[in-house]
Design a binder for this molecule. Structure first.
Ligand code: HEM
Length: 191
């Protein structure tokens, strides 16, 4: 029975962790764009995003990670045989990448606070696609385990995820270009 409790809270931890990671990097997008705004808007927005990022990272994202990992340790300690499974070893490689991404985001947060990060919104938007790919691969490994099919269906699904991520980036780019054009024509009318 303990195994099911660990698994339930493992999945709850994952949901919380990913919600935090996705929202954090979205805040980085707004934060980076705020740095291009005129004063006093720039300082006001910067302060607000710093506060939101810190709270999100410390109260949601990191606890989500801790719960996920702690419950995984619980799962393994109740069924140590699992440690011999090949799929778990591969999954752990991707989880390691996810952990690196998590702490790297924490570093970016501090750099933004000190004004030491000069990434633009576009770069952060692209960065926000990385956890999507990790999520898909890790969940597929956890579900299919050693039977993960590497046939056309899997590649079609991975291709679809990449296509969706690229389409979102493309749509955001077109929308920003239209906004810039609108702002330029408004400035022309006002001047
Ligand atoms: C320290 C890192 C992790 C370890 C050691 C770990 C280990 C495990 C173990 C032992 C199970 C039980 C497998 C079973 O009952 O068949 C499990 C289930 C699961 N894990 Fe993880 N996990 C980790 C992180 C993650 C992450 C980051 C995700 C998602 C991105 C994830 C997704 C899942 C899912 C969806 C299940 C349920 C699979 C099922 O019931 O068939 N895990 N994990």
């Amino acid at each position: 029975m303990a195994y099911y409790w660990f698994k339930a809270f493992h999945i709850i931890g994952i949901v919380v962790w990913f919600a935090g990671l996705f929202y954090l990097v979205r805040l980085f997008v707004y934060h980076a764009e705020a740095q291009e705004k005129p004063e006093p808007a720039q300082s006001i927005l910067k302060k607000q995003y710093e506060l939101m990022e810190k709270r999100l990272y410390n109260i949601i994202t990191t606890p989500g990670m801790v719960v996920t990992v702690a419950m995984a340790i619980g799962l393994i300690s109740t069924e140590p045989e699992i440690l011999k499974s090949g799929w778990l070893h591969i999954k752990l490689l991707f989880v390691a990448l996810l952990l690196i991404y998590h702490f790297w985001c924490g570093r970016i947060m501090k750099q933004l606070e000190k004004g030491e990060n000069n990434w633009n919104g576009q770069k952060f938007r692209a960065l926000n696609e990385a956890p999507t790919l990790l999520l898909v691969v890790i969940v597929l490994l956890a579900i299919f385990k050693n039977n993960l099919p590497l046939d056309i269906t899997t590649w079609l699904i991975v291709g679809l995820v990449v296509f969706m991520a690229a389409s979102i980036q493309y749509y955001a780019k077109i929308r920003r270009q239209n906004e810039e054009k609108l702002n330029q024509s408004e400035n022309l009318v006002n001047s």
